[in-house]
Every structure is written in C-alpha cells, then in structure tokens.
Ligand binder design. Sequence first.
Ligand SMILES: NC(=O)c1ccc[n+]([C@@H]2O[C@H](COP(=O)([O-])OP(=O)(O)OC[C@H]3O[C@@H](n4cnc5c(N)ncnc54)[C@H](O)[C@@H]3O)[C@@H](O)[C@H]2O)c1
Length: 307
Amino acid sequence: MNLKKKIFSFLNNLRNRSETLPESAIINDSGSLIRNRNPEPLFVMDNKLLSGKSALITGAGRNIGRSIALEMGRQGADIFFTDIDRDSCVKLEQELKEFQVRSKGFLSDISKTEDIDALHNFLVREKIVIDILVNNVGVRLDHDDYNDIRDIDPAIWQKTFAANVFGPMYLTKLISQLMVSNEIHGSILFITSIHESVPAGWTCYSSSKAALAMIVKELSLDVAPHRIRVNGIAPGYVSENEHGIPFDFKYAPLHKTSINPCYIGRAAVYLASDYFSRFTTGTVIRVDAGLSLYNFRIADNRSHNGI
Ligand SMILES: NC(=O)c1ccc[n+]([C@@H]2O[C@H](COP(=O)([O-])OP(=O)(O)OC[C@H]3O[C@@H](n4cnc5c(N)ncnc54)[C@H](O)[C@@H]3O)[C@@H](O)[C@H]2O)c1
C-alpha cells in the first residue's frame, strides 16, 4: 500500500471507530472494549463561548479564582486578574498563554480603595473594556476558637467586610459605570458560599456572604435597564490535591468528595456567557454536591438503613 492509501485507511478507521463507539465506551490497556459508567463530561462545543470578551477576576492566584481564569481563557476571553501574591500572578499569566488570549495580572488588594482606583485608572488609560467582572476574593478570618458572641472581634469584622463586601462593591461600581458608558451588556459575578444561608459557626464570614447574596438581587435590578446581568455562585467545599484529585468528604451527598475548582470555573463560564444565560440575572447558583441539603435526620436515617 502506498503512503497516500495508508493515510486514507488510517483516517477512515478513525472515523468509523468514532461513529460506532458509544459515548461512554473506552478501550482498556489490553485493547478490549469496556464500558465506563461514569465518563468525565466531555467538552463538545466547538465555539469559543467568550471570544471577544474581556474578563476581570479578583484573587485569581489560586484555587477557585485561578480555575475561573483558566476556564474563561479556554473559552477565548482575554483575562485580567488581581492577586496579592506576586508569584501566583506570574504563574497564572504563564498558564494562560496556552489559550492564546491576552492576559495580565495586577498586584492589587481588593480591601484597599487606592489599589482599586489604580486598577480602574489602568483600565481606562489602556482603553480596556471589561465585559465580565468576577468578584472572587473572599476571606474567612473568624477565630477557630470562637465560641459565642463574647468572642466577637470588631477588627476581624472590619477586615472581613473590607475584603468580602466593601472592596468588591466599590470595584463593581467602577466597572459597571465603564460598562454603561461603553454600552457593554456585561455580566457581573460574585462568589458567595453556601454559608450565605447555612450557618457554619463563622458568624463574620457567613454574614458577609449573606450580604453578597442580597447585593446580587439589588444590583441586578439597578443595572438591568443597561442589559447588565448580576449573578452569584455559592460553592460548597472546593479543593483538590496537586494531582487534581478531590478529597474524601463524607458530608457531600453527591460523590462524597470535595469539588474540583474547575466546576466553579465552568459555572462561571455559564453565567458569563450570553449564549447560556442571556435571561439569567439576580440569582445565585449553588455548586455544592448537595452539601447544603445535608442534615442530621437524613444522615441518621440513611445510616440506620445501611445506605
Ligand atoms: N474553597 C472553598 O471551599 C470555598 C467554599 C465556598 C466559597 N468559597 C469562596 O470562593 C472564593 C475563592 O475561595 P478560594 O478557596 O479559592 O480562596 P483561596 O484562599 O484558596 O484563594 C484566594 C486567592 O485570593 C488572593 N487574595 C486574598 N486576599 C486578597 C485580597 N485582599 N485582594 C486580592 N487578592 C486576595 C489570595 O492570594 C489567593 O490567591 C472566596 O470568595 C471564598 O469565600 C470558597
């Protein structure tokens, strides 16, 4: 067989195989066909859902923020991001090169008004128009030995609300003004937590997240006339090891593990994309593997029934 025929037959084989194999079929090491009952969801869309858009993500140096940056970059968005850790900024800029999008990290503290002003000035000076704002930074500073109201520390409340609520609100004000003046029908996201509504013994953190949940609703009405959408994501326990494996977590009814950060990133892509969510505003999506539904009664009943 000459080379041309060989290539033709190879391609034909490939095509036939992909047409005949069921979606969930895989071939094991010894070459036989087995069925994978729980295949990883495959990304099948060819379109770049966010191409032509620019996203600004706060605290993207690691974990959830980083995943949001990577998932949005994968979908063709230019990525501008902040963090207070210089090395993480450099590393993420490097990682984003894979997607051939423009990217730039800013050393910027969301709890400092002067840092937010400097970021805003840079965007204006460089004529960078933000279509997607992700308020991701969130700190939990509650003392682990907090028992009750007697342990309340006003300084912790100030710091938590500065990073989780006041700073994000000021940034959102500035960016939404830019969206309006540039006639951008943008998307604004807040990363809240299931503890916006489920108590955790972290009074300060939880109440800052509850504030965000309400801000999502109020702001969505403020900016709806400008066709800007405001939504949130309330994650459960999000973490993975250095190999991308989630940790065992018996309280998560679904999968019984922590959640890989990429699933928060993909929810953010969903909410940022007009294709999926042009009519979605003022809502918070829970991505928590059912954790917020967990309660002692169901847990007890299930264990008695041996499930
Ligand atoms: N990880 C979880 O299980 C979980 C669960 C629910 C909600 N959340 C929320 O998701 C968001 C991200 O959480 P995470 O677990 O990825 O956080 P993380 O602590 O792992 O990472 C936060 C990033 O933000 C940066 N950062 C911290 N303070 C900053 C500041 N003042 N200004 C700018 N950058 C700052 C850090 O350097 C870090 O890179 C937070 O709002 C958090 O409350 C996380």
